[in-house]
Design a binder for this molecule. Sequence first.
Ligand code: NAP
Length: 322
Amino acid sequence: MRAIRVHEFGGPEVMKLETVPDPVAGQGQVVVRVRAVGVNPVDTYMRTGTYAIRPQLPYIPGSDAAGEIESIGPGVTEFAAGDRVYVAAPHGGTYAERVACGVGQVHPLPARTTFSQGAALGVPYATAYRALFHRAQARPGETVLVHGATGGVGIAAVELAHARGMRVIGTGGTDKGLAAVREHGADVVVNHRAEKYTDEIVKATGGRGPDVILEMLANVNLDRDLGMLAKFGRIVAVGNRGRVEINPRDAMGRDAAILGMTLFNVSDADLREIHAALVSGLANGTLNPIVNRELPLADAAAAHEAVMQAGALGKIVLLPDR
Ligand code: NAP
């Protein structure tokens, strides 16, 4: 099969399209014929070799994909050949025409969800669910600020919070992105490139501030998040690309919590809950991932450059058959 492989850590150019042996489904595994691959920022961090998780070289990048079950290994009763599925496989291997994974990493893809949308679920939607419901314990009736709502995680968080009865404020850097955020469930949208935009957020909450903030760029925003958070508020640092200075007094006066998270810490039991909820939300029409760009698998390097640029609008997807 054709696959992208990385033989040395470095820039996007280290990803090479190669021919490698087809994977075989082992005990408790399935082989998925991949139709769409989700590109996540974490794929780029891993490729540089500077991330906390360093794959063993050479490796096939990617954790997210969607396609059909091609074959099943011994002991698999949950799936049959031909089933439409999405893959959430944190240990890599989806930038390829086929991937072998354990049944716990594969989930049914409802008929109304396209393969490209299915490739947007593994990291972004699971992260948004984890941040909102497990870490922040966000409740219906609360106000949630999705600080960075236009990207893969942000759109997911907007949809999930809206569906669960929260008031949603979403930020983005482009008019087009903000229109999409509104369309996907935000009650209020604010441009995070505008001067004093946090005033607009505070005004939209009647001066109270958001109860929950999901933060996509904590090194830039954590200090101002603390300054506008409601009493007893919770901030979840989802994305971060550097250091930041805060005044702990802003947290003390609010009884506020600053919470971290990484999807790599989620237990199997919690993952089962997360994906059961996502499959249900896809089937009932609540969840509608946005696919912004579809590129051939061979253009993985271009996709890695694009995912790190400003002006996000949902997901960038690679198509092995193009
Ligand atoms: P993405 O699709 O590239 O989206 C990036 C988002 O950040 C966009 O909404 C972008 O908005 C926004 N952004 C840019 N400048 C911002 C600013 N000054 N303030 C607030 N938001 C800003 O990436 P993603 O997949 O959604 O992931 C978002 C971040 O979370 C990444 O850093 C990623 O590595 C991290 N992440 C962490 C976990 C975890 O387990 N902790 C899991 C998944 C992702 P505009 O482009 O419209 O300006």
